[in-house]
Design a protein around this ligand. Sequence first.
Ligand code: C5P
Ligand code: ZN
Length: 474
Amino acid sequence: MQDSQEISGKFRELCELCKSPAEVIKTKKNLLVVSHVDADGLTAAAIVCTALERLGLDFLPKFFRQLDEAAINEVADHGADLVIFTDLGSGMIQQICDHRLSAVVADHHKPVACEARPIAHINPHLAGADGATQLSGSGTSFLLARALASTPGSNDDLAALAVVGAVGDLQDMAHGQLVGINRHILEIGSNAGALSFSRDIKFFGKQTRPVYKMLEYSQDPYLPGLSGNEDACIAFLKDIGIRLGGEKWRRWIDLSQAEKAGFVTAILRKGLRSGISNVKLERLIGEVYVLLGEQEGTELRDASEYSTLLNATARYGHAGVGLSVCMGDRDKALDEARMLLGQHRQNLVNGLKLVRENGIITLKSIQYFDAGDAILDTIVGIVAGMSFQMADRSRPILAFARTAEGELKVSARGTQDLVRSGLDLADALSRCAHAVGGVGGGHNVAAGATIPPQAKQEFLELMDQSVGRQLFKE
Ligand code: C5P
Ligand code: ZN
């Protein structure tokens, strides 16, 4: 673990790096903001677009599932004065420069080594910080937005969106709280009055779900006898003296401190009795992030619920809806996002059911499932991550899904313990995908690729060997 002085040094280095591209951006008329279709990509784009809007600059946002050759061609065809890539681009610097694009890249994916230099390449890895846990795409974009502020600190409120992006990329999972440069962002947001953070229960839905539903849907850790069992959850709450509510169901935020403490104690006791390990139970409590500018009892108030709402838009081809919400629309766009959220939840439930029914195939060093057409390629990674509740945690999990274009999408997810043992999925996926004629990349703990469908078997063998070498140093 780096000490705080070292982290502050990297934070200052990255802030310094943002100054000169910010001056260039301010002189441009026709800007294109290119970003990624997930919660981190949406918040990254929203942060930069808001900063540009506040400066009165003209911009156009554009979203891609991945930045491949076709996407770069499309970007080049726009003929923008300058392109700002957020939450993607670090793997394609050479190609971006080959197209003679005037570009600023603010990303946190593992950079691919190359000779070419855009106007600026801002990435935590280049400052010696880990892009999987210490700074997200939205965090990197936030540092750029701070440099774009007309008066110092006038964009600091955007730290709230940067935290939503980091949580969306699960950067708080490794240590039960945000770490590294992310903590500087937390502090800035908290000083600006946009954010608060505290230790609390990590269940999903504290703002919006009735407590018994929040408990029923608990998945990590899976609580035998409670998870998935509505009647048991209601009986459990009654048993420990928590009123469910009269006309309105009570949510976690409606409970008193004493009730919350009683609930946590009872859950821990029940967990231990069911044989759940202390390590797993520790994951029940962690730091949670509240957006103070948002209305209480809405998805937008809690960073984790907000990021899921955004995934429900962008991952289904409605990035514009999520972007509008991030940029302040609380009417039509928010209604539409909530409608999409309902469908997204159902898709995740169906996806997990499919994995449970079809099973996960175990190889020597990896495990995988193939969803075929049954799970959308844009959410198969989320389902893969959630599948760890029923999968073996000693191997990374790979998931396959067919894309609309007939290619094969691969999503891979690991655990922090595996990363500590040497796992680097970004490296393995990028090499193995390349070897079979595909493209891949990402982070050590979560990565993705697209490969030709006929290469699946060969790709699996290569991945099994590659991960085996990483974990067992064969
Ligand atoms: O698509 P999925 O959720 O599995 O992606 C996991 C991570 O890998 C994301 O951060 C994504 O940006 C990255 N990725 C990548 N190159 C790809 C596919 C995914 O860098 N071809
Ligand atoms: Zn990201």
